[in-house]
Design a protein around this ligand. Structure first.
Ligand SMILES: Nc1ncnc2c1ncn2[C@@H]1O[C@H](COP(=O)(O)OP(=O)(O)OP(=O)(O)O)[C@@H](O)[C@H]1O
Ligand SMILES: [Mg+2]
Ligand SMILES: [Zn+2]
Length: 269
């Protein structure tokens, strides 16, 4: 037994012993600088190449993090229902010509998007025609191109901001406002919906909303609403609506409610 152990130890000693004669200087096949070759194994070590590989690896990791940044920002801060997370142009099936045109215009907007162009769109139409779907589809397309985007349900946002006043918030009001101000594209979904029963155009909610809209001067915003201009004016006040419509194209989306498409009776297409 002892003998066996002794031979094991001496074997190991033999196999790990390093002799200087085992090394020779060679030229690196890859970069041509001086490298070291271990004769017994044939392995060549080039410090220059190792360093370059390390730098390349770190740069690739950084690049990947940079590419993921818009996805993370969107995932962590957007306020949207789970059924809209999968919304894309590819899975929007227009049921009328008008809706087909709306899809085309929104997809053209995404294709030609230039951050800082200040181009805004207001999508207006009845329930379930896909206003939110197309808004979310634009964010999806732009995030893939590396632009920062947020999809924000306005009523939810306002209650989140309101909640920051009462307890220690995860995201403070100032952080929300900065996020909303700085993203390349902001979707303000369901604007006007939070004013039910509170038609005061000077309410806290309306003031907060216009603080956000004003902060986006020169940036692009997509608004979606169920309301026509008269109804919006009633909820927001004419001064606010005219500020919101500054540089904003209106895209009307009349059509049947997609959610009711299987009910028949002339509702769905
Ligand atoms: N043409 C369509 N093709 C595929 N899915 C659609 C289509 N239209 C709507 N949907 C889906 O139906 C649901 C309702 O659409 P969406 O929420 O976009 O409607 P909306 O116009 O925003 O309605 P609301 O005014 O109630 O907010 C979503 O899950 C959306 O993905
Ligand atoms: Mg909607
Ligand atoms: Zn080398």
């Amino acid at each position: 037994m002892l003998e066996a152990m002794g031979s094991l130890i001496s074997n190991r000693r033999v196999s790990t012993a390093i002799s200087f004669d085992d090394f020779e200087e060679v030229m690196c096949d890859l970069c041509g600088s001086l490298a070291t070759k271990r004769k017994s194994t044939g392995k060549v070590v080039c410090l220059k190449c190792e360093e370059r590989e390390m730098v390349e690896r770190v740069m690739a990791e950084n690049e990947q993090l940079k590419r993921q940044k818009p996805f993370r920002l969107f995932d962590q801060n957007s306020l949207l229902t789970p059924n809209l997370r999968g919304a894309a142009f590819e899975n929007y099936y227009p049921t009328t010509l008008d809706l087909g045109r709306a899809k085309e215009k929104m997809s053209h907007f995404a294709e030609t998007f230039v951050p800082g162009s200040g181009e805004n769109i207001l999508l207006t139409g009845p329930c379930g025609v896909g206003k939110s779907h197309l808004g979310a589809a634009v964010t999806k397309a732009l995030i893939k191109k590396g632009h920062s985007c947020l999809f924000i349900n306005v009523p939810k946002l306002l209650s989140k901001i309101r909640a920051t006043y009462n307890r220690d918030p995860e995201v403070t009001e100032a952080q929300w406002l900065e996020l909303l101000e700085t993203v390349d594209l902001l979707v303000l979904d369901d604007i006007g919906a939070e004013y039910r029963g509170n038609h005061d155009a000077e309410s806290w909610a309306v003031k907060k909303l216009f603080e956000i809209i004003d902060s986006r001067q020169g940036k692009s915003t997509i608004f979606t609403t169920n309301y026509n201009s008269d109804e919006l004016t009633k909820h927001l006040g004419s001064r606010n609506v005219s500020r919101m419509m500054n540089g904003t194209k209106v895209l009307r989306m009349p059509g049947p409610d997609y959610r009711l498409r299987n009910l028949g009776g002339g509702q769905g297409a």
